[in-house]
Write a protein that binds this ligand. Structure first.
Ligand code: EPU
Length: 341
């Protein structure tokens, strides 16, 4: 490994406050924190963690993480910036760029495909990790390659799309040991001709058989999201707290046999159905429930919110209570979508 420039560690902070590094806005501390504006800083941070036997946690905007405890290692905040258009429709985007800003920029350049993914909080680097998805589109569809810094090999590695092993809210980057891969850049192949995806019920209802422009889809998605999901700048939250569980056809049948009208959506795998966790939670009475300073959002039962000064533990305990009630009532074990630290 090449020796890092010592000044790359100049911005290293000790015992850092993470409150503004997580959209839940919970108070937590990191033993060390480094905001990285260059790959050199990332590399220096990785070496510092290795030399001092510290755990490594990479954050973008912290929009999918709950700090249940303080973090005893090094937090690297990815602030790499830059967007390069190559050829007609290939975009190379640095991992620290804001996701929503990229969606808006691509539309203004006449590049399409990302409009259904408007307003998803977080950075571009976080998008492939959990294969972000919304309103009928998952980002994997537009990803060509992902450039990472592999902390085990101590070098940059390129993952082609197939190496990323994308699945529902999942990828090779999420399954690897936490901190192994630092996303540096994501390469997208976008569309030069609009091909709107209107299959998701709220969009289908809005546009019917009519055609919609990508800009109209973008506006509709923003409006739907704003009506259902709290703005993390106003109310601390991390979007969906749990994943939608995938269950067997016989499970769906048995739930319906018990008189429930649980919705179930076919998946790509035969005999397996996705059931909305929000529906299960609402049926179990969780919508709008308050536990101290933590609560279930009153417009969407899959979203946990910080009513102000909630601790990570308080939110975590509420989530545990919710999951165990769903297990008891429906025999379905919910898995968190949010990363628990
Ligand atoms: N529902 C309820 N109660 C509620 C809300 C929803 O019963 O309070 C039921 C309804 O039957 C509704 C269904 O749940 O039709 C699905 O709800 P919604 O359309 O809001 O989507 P979701 O399944 O809860 C998923 C993603 C979201 C994404 C939306 C839109 C996951 C874990 N979440 O939510 O992603 O924005 O679809 O595509 O897959 C995120 O990952 O943080 C996120 C917000």
């Amino acid at each position: 490994m090449t020796q890092p420039n010592p000044s790359a560690l100049e911005a290293l902070q000790e015992d850092a406050d993470l409150t503004r590094f997580n959209t839940f806005g919970v108070e937590a501390r990191a033993r060390y924190l480094l905001e990285c504006h260059s790959v050199e800083q990332l590399r220096a941070g990785v070496e510092f963690a290795r030399d001092n036997r510290l755990g490594l946690l990479v954050l973008g905007e912290g929009s999918n993480v709950l700090f249940v405890n303080d973090y005893p290692g090094l937090v690297l905040a990815n602030r790499l910036k830059g967007i390069v258009l190559e050829g007609e429709s290939t975009l190379r985007v640095a991992a620290g760029e804001s996701w929503h800003a990229l969606v808006e920029w691509s539309l203004s350049e006449g590049l399409y495909g990302l409009e259904n993914l408007a307003l998803i909080p977080g950075t571009v680097g976080a998008a492939p990790i959990q294969n972000i998805g919304a309103y009928g589109v998952e980002v994997e569809r537009f990803i060509k390659r992902v450039v990472v810094f592999d902390t085990e090999l101590a070098q940059e590695v390129i993952f082609d799309k197939t190496d990323c092993a994308f699945a529902y809210r999942d990828s090779v980057f999420k399954r690897a040991r936490r901190g192994r891969y630092l996303i540096i850049e994501v390469e997208f192949e976008l569309l030069t001709r609009a091909s709107p995806v209107l299959s998701y019920v709220p969009l289908a209802e809005r546009f019917g058989a009519a055609d919609a422009t990508p800009r109209q889809v973008f506006d509709a998605v923003c409006e739907i999201r704003r009506s259902k999901l709290p703005d993390p700048r106003l109310v601390g939250n991390a979007g969906s707290f749990f994943k939608n569980p995938i269950v067997s056809a016989s499970k769906v049948e048995s739930l319906r046999g018990q008189g429930s009208d649980v919705p179930a959506y076919a998946t790509d795998e035969e005999g397996l159905f996705k059931v909305p966790a929000a529906w299960l939670l609402e049926a179990a009475g969780w919508k709008g429930k308050v536990r101290g300073r933590a609560a279930v959002y009153d417009a969407h039962s899959l979203v946990l919110v910080n009513l102000g000064d909630a601790s990570g533990e308080e939110i975590y305990l509420l989530a545990q209570e919710m999951a165990s009630s769903v297990l008891q009532r429906f025999g379905i074990a919910l898995q968190t979508e949010v990363l628990l630290v």
